[in-house]
Design a protein. Structure first.
Lengths: 112, 109
């Protein structure tokens, strides 16, 4: 089945630790995205990547890092510099410009 | 940057009622999508509708790009329609979707 897989579904970490969220797609899409959603709020763009080995900051990139070494993978690292990391993280992909976006099922990160 | 506003922010309906959700955007866009976020957080694609009108069962959507708005119609609502509805737009020359503030819908049995 084609789709976007995010893992894990739930993640708990201690404050001060870095954590990496996984996003894999087998849709052969060029572009991939990371969004953050806080309770009762909309989605805000963290980072996006149009092609392999290239990525751009979104609106709230501080405290996050990404890599795009393979077309199908776009992992997000939440670093200790992110002040309020507890949130719901959603990964998306699109075939390219002017196309429909598809989302994974999300990862709920809780930092204690 | 572009602003995307949705109305109403909250909506409560009795099962069987119809509703219209609105998405206004402040500048021209290349693309527009409607999503339904279910109680588990998953975003489900409803419509990819940069312009024109589309229908899918009880749901339909219309985008008037020249007037910078889109409407999502839900007819004969069911309790499973509950959740949050988002519109998202892609401004020209960008590779990214900007999300609206969402409409939280609750359908009562």
């Amino acid at each position: 089945d084609g789709g976007i897989t995010q893992s894990p579904k739930y993640l708990f970490r201690k404050e001060g630790q870095n954590v990496t969220l996984s996003c894999e797609q087998n849709l052969n899409h060029d572009a991939m995205y990371w969004y953050r959603q806080d309770p009762g709020q909309g989605l805000r763009l963290i980072y996006y990547s149009q092609i392999v080995n290239d990525f751009q900051k979104g609106d709230i990139a501080e405290g996050y890092s990404v890599s795009r070494e393979k077309k199908e993978s776009f992992p997000l690292t939440v670093t200790s510099a992110q002040k309020n990391p507890t949130a719901f993280y959603l990964c998306a992909s699109t075939p390219g410009f002017n196309t429909e976006a598809f989302f994974g099922q999300g990862t709920r990160l809780t930092v204690v | 940057g572009i602003q995307v506003e949705q109305s109403p922010p909250d909506l409560i309906l009795q099962e069987g009622a119809n509703s219209t959700l609105r998405c206004n955007f402040s500048d021209s866009v290349n693309n527009l999508q409607w999503f339904h976020q279910n109680p588990w957080g998953q975003l489900i694609n409803l419509f990819y509708i940069p312009s024109g009108t589309k229908q899918n069962g009880r749901l339909s959507a219309t985008t008037v790009a020249t007037e910078r708005y889109s409407l999502l119609y839900i007819s004969s609502s069911q309790t499973t329609d509950s959740g949050v509805y988002f519109c998202a737009v892609e401004p020209p020359g960008t590779y990214k979707y900007i999300f609206g503030t969402g409409t939280r819908l609750k359908v009562l049995a």
